[in-house]
Design a protein around this ligand. Structure first.
Ligand code: SAH
Length: 353
């Protein structure tokens, strides 16, 4: 695989262009083109520079090979990487702007029992430029520019565990929020983790101030370990301590994701457990009804049950919301679109492009 130009921030592009014996303004042209989601071959620089770049760098590291539109406006994308791997992403449309969900790894090795992304294990980490290119490509597709962005918010909730690809993910966060670039504010970016505690501390010290989201899904270590292997390594109380540290360092309220699974985590005792753990903390709970994954034997709850659980949390004094289910008709949760695409692939009826 060739190198990825989108891995480089503006300063490093300047160095590269000068190494090629070109003037500095070429780096500006190049950077501007990249931020507009263009391929190297489409950017208005000298033909000589383009040719030199294309010898070493991927023309288009992330290419949309399939788009699915939901009746509610949500769009799901399947992207092909230069090495033929595929990843997926979503663009959700809200009144206040558009939120893009990006992937940070091809597959995942965390092994959560309800999640489709981890079914085939981890294939590889994405580079910072491959993560950034997902945003640049979708922003361009949705008619956005650098001055007027179509993508206003980002959640790192696609395939992969962001804190298991720490260096590339933090580099991506710096580049996507760089003031001369697409410049999406860290306030509008949420990083979601299954709870890799030491990396939560590192992230707090990084000075990036993105929103931190923890996938909790249970109230006890034993309960959590039933569906999330990472719980055997880090306890809920260690996670809460790390969240406190994150709040001290960044001043940002943290969020807990809690996917409701029938018979697993949505009884009164679980609501009480959550209240005991979280009451008085500067946090919010996001409830999600499980998106059933056909390879997994777990069931979701009814809307009524979900609202009942929400009511218990609110009565207990927690700030909580039940996430509206969107885009259900276009491949559901995290990893499902890629998983179904890979299944098709083995049946030999792939017909994209
Ligand atoms: N690895 C990160 C981010 C990816 S998943 C993490 O664990 O947080 C984004 C969120 O979707 C997580 O809260 C994850 O637990 C949840 N999730 C995954 N599969 C799901 C499913 N089938 N139904 C509901 N939520 C799911």
């Amino acid at each position: 695989m060739k190198k990825i130009l989108q891995d480089l921030g503006y300063e490093r592009l300047v160095n590269l262009v000068q190494e090629f014996g070109e003037k500095k303004f070429r780096a500006e042209q190049l950077y501007k083109g990249l931020m507009l989601g263009k391929k190297i071959s489409e950017i208005n620089v000298s033909a000589a520079l383009r040719a030199k770049l294309l010898e070493e760098y991927e023309d288009c590291p992330v290419r949309i090979i399939r788009t699915m539109r939901s009746s509610d406006g949500t769009e799901k994308y399947l992207f092909a990487l230069a090495d033929g791997n595929v990843i997926e992403g979503v663009l959700m449309k809200y009144k206040y702007g558009n939120t893009q969900c990006v992937s940070t790894q091809v597959g995942c090795r965390m092994g959560c029992k309800f999640c489709a992304s981890t079914l085939g294990g981890l294939v590889r980490n994405l580079t910072s430029g491959e993560i950034l290119s997902q945003v640049l490509t979708v922003n361009a597709l949705a008619g956005g520019t650098v001055e007027k962005r179509a993508v206003t918010n980002i959640v790192l909730m696609g395939s992969g565990e962001p804190l298991d690809n720490y260096a590339q993910v933090t580099e991506f966060l710096r580049n996507v929020s760089a003031s001369g670039g697409i410049n999406i504010s860290p306030r509008n970016i949420s990083l979601s983790t299954c709870g890799i505690v030491p990396r939560i501390y590192s992230l707090a010290d990084e000075g990036l101030s993105v929103n931190l989201t923890i996938s909790l899904h249970q109230t006890t270590d034993e309960g959590r370990a039933r569906t999330m292997p990472i719980a055997k390594k880090y306890s809920v109380s260690e996670i809460l301590k790390a969240c406190e540290y994150y709040f001290e360092k960044t001043g940002r309220r943290y969020i807990f994701e809690y996917s409701l699974i029938a018979g697993e985590n949505c009884g009164k005792e679980h609501a009480d457990g959550l209240i005991a753990l979280l009451k008085g903390r500067p946090c919010h709970v996001n409830l999600i009804r499980l998106n059933e994954v056909k390879e997994r034997n777990l069931n979701t709850v009814t809307e009524k049950e979900a609202y009942r659980f929400l009511g218990l949390l609110e009565k207990g004094g927690l700030s909580a919301t039940l996430r509206r289910q969107i885009g259900n008709d276009v491949g559901g949760a995290c990893g499902q679109l890629r998983a179904s695409y890979l299944n098709e692939d083995t049946r030999g009826d792939k017909n994209d492009d």
